[in-house]
Design a protein. Structure first.
Length: 74
């Protein structure tokens, strides 16, 4: 899935969470963050803290790949 903005990222988090049958509260507890953060992340809030967002993605098994400008994967 290509993610180009906070809304796409939130949709990815939500879909993966639902696929793994976790509630937002379960995911928040497993990640060590608050329920409110998970709700805002899934809604695509653009000001969510990157470190926490990456932690949530990692807890769900989502791998983030960075493609640098000028690389052959562009």
């Amino acid at each position: 899935m290509k993610i180009t903005n906070a809304i796409d990222f939130g949709k990815c988090i939500r879909a993966t969470r639902k696929k793994t049958r976790l509630t937002q509260a379960d995911l928040a507890a497993a990640s060590g963050i608050g329920d409110r953060f998970v709700r805002e992340l899934e809604k695509g809030k653009p000001t969510c803290q990157l470190e926490k967002a990456l932690l949530v993605a990692s807890m769900l098994g989502i791998k983030i790949e960075v493609i640098l400008p000028g690389s052959s994967d562009e």
